[in-house]
Design a protein around this ligand. Structure first.
Ligand SMILES: [Zn+2]
Ligand SMILES: [Zn+2]
Length: 104
């Protein structure tokens, strides 16, 4: 690399983009702009607004509460089945409270 200004500018640009991505993420988790969609997906704000890299494959998973085996359309399989997530009001992906409120 010859470290001219165009090289440094391109690296700087990458870093600025990264900051903007993080700012956008913080604002999404705080403001929850797609709350209805998120609740329909039964996910907490962290899981819903975080971009996950998922492989395209039909996967089997076991619900960690009731043990039922179900299929999922990609490799980012959930922890809970739809019914257990609804019953516990917990995030399907990670199992935390759906609104990230600590319980007594
Ligand atoms: Zn279940
Ligand atoms: Zn979650």
């Amino acid at each position: 690399m010859n470290w001219d200004s165009s090289e440094i500018n391109s690296l700087t640009d990458m870093r600025l983009k990264r900051i903007n991505t993080q700012i956008k993420w913080i604002s999404n988790v705080q403001e929850d702009p797609e709350k209805n969609k998120r609740l329909a997906a039964q996910e907490c704000v962290v899981c819903f607004y975080t971009t996950q890299i998922c492989g395209n494959a039909i996967m089997r998973y076991d619900c960690q509460k009731c043990g039922i085996t179900d299929t999922w359309p990609n490799t980012c399989t959930p922890k809970l089945c739809k019914a257990c997530s609804a019953e516990l009001k917990a995030c399907r992906s990670c199992g935390a409270d759906l609104n990230l409120v600590e319980r007594a």
